[in-house]
Design a protein around this ligand. Structure first.
Ligand code: KG4
Length: 340
């Protein structure tokens, strides 16, 4: 009999529910929270209230779109962490209530593992290329920047990670510093397409091994803008495309230098990206270029699976389910999860 998994994601500011049948996507519903835009960042208290409003209609739509009822489900997979505790509590509590009402088993998923496994979501009528194990995943989001060696669906080794800020934060802070709006990543990406990436240069960190650091480059942008604005108050407005293009290129160079190094050291040529920043067009182009140059097989998740979504939680949950894992009803969410 087919395994039908309902995925539930509520770790930050997106409420999402998805249904997957034997790895194939049947539905993926997402309610994004516009309320945070006015504040230039996610306000945790507002996020949990919005999840509370959205979760029932979102799950109900996901089941309807999949053409199933709760009785058809094999299991419910949910994000246990990491994320905002109040947000996670909504998804976890809903999952437990739904499980009690339906008698279905529940399976906890690490949100980061969801991003990594996004490449395994199959869709009807699509090519559905999937990386072979072991592969490298450049996991880049608002909270993480890691190079992960994925040995099998459930076994991960973190080869390198940021020692301070995540690359998504660097994108967001760049946009904030320049008064461009929130969330910054997509805005910087859009402006960068019109700018010259070679025009300005930002100092890059010298960190040993495969680890990253993004706090220095952020400060370097801050001083650069401050000094140029002192000479010409219109500098930013006149040059915002070139600044975004140059800053984005510097961030991508930092990411790719270490990824190339890790691929050389491990001899692995199967390479993927995941997480919100994997939506960045510059990074995606660069992955393809490096792949051609170095003989990698590159796998890029579809845009809708780059930012937070429940399809990735359902697919990761399915692998745990197949491994015989079940969570008990006294499971509690965790804002920080060290291990996958
Ligand atoms: O994975 P995600 O949705 O949330 C978590 O952090 O878990 O990632 C959000 C991050 C934000 O920093 C956002 O600015 C960034 O992903 N992002 C992008 C792009 N789209 C989203 N960064 C660069 N270019 C983009 N196109």
């Amino acid at each position: 009999m087919a395994d039908i998994i309902l995925g539930i994601e509520s770790s930050c500011d997106d409420t999402s529910a998805a249904v997957i049948k034997d790895g194939y996507l049947l539905s993926n519903v997402l309610a994004s929270q516009e309320v945070h835009r006015a504040y230039g960042g996610v306000i945790p208290e507002l996020a949990s209230r919005a999840h509370q409003l959205n979760i029932v209609p979102v799950v109900s739509q996901a089941l309807d779109q999949a053409g199933i009822t709760a009785d058809d489900l094999t299991a419910i997979a949910f994000t246990r962490g990491p994320g905002l505790l109040g947000s996670l509590l909504v998804g976890t509590s809903f999952t437990k209530g739904f499980a009690l009402a339906t008698g279905k088993p529940i399976v906890e998923v690490n949100h980061l593992q969801g991003h990594i496994m996004a490449n395994f979501i199959k869709q009807y009528g699509k090519e559905n290329r999937q990386p072979e194990f072991p592969y490298l995943c450049l996991l880049v989001s608002g909270g993480n920047s890691q190079i992960v060696k994925v040995n099998d669906p459930l076994e991960y080794e973190i080869l390198g990670q940021t020692i301070d800020d995540a690359v998504g934060e660097a994108f967001d802070k760049c946009a904030k510093m320049m008064g461009l709006g929130y969330p910054g990543g997509p805005i910087v990406d859009r402006l960068a397409k019109e700018g010259d990436p070679e025009r300005f240069h930002f100092s890059k960190p010298h960190i040993p091994g495969f680890d990253y650091s993004f706090s220095g480059i952020k400060t370097s942008l801050l001083y650069f803008v401050r000094d140029r604005m002192a000479e010409d108050p219109q500098f930013m407005e006149k040059n915002k495309e070139d600044i975004c293009a140059s800053f984005q290129k510097a961030l991508i160079d930092i990411l790719m230098d270490k990824l190339v190094k890790a691929a050389k050291a491990t001899g692995i040529k199967e390479v993927t990206i995941g997480g919100g920043v994997s939506a960045n067009s510059g990074l995606r182009n660069r992955m393809v270029e490096e792949g051609k140059k170095r003989g990698w097989n590159v796998y890029l998740p579809e845009f809708k699976f780059t930012t937070d979504n429940a399809a990735m939680i359902a697919i990761a949950g399915w692998f745990h389910y197949l491994n015989g894992e079940r969570s008990s009803l006294d499971v509690a969410p965790v804002s920080r999860l060290a291990e996958f």
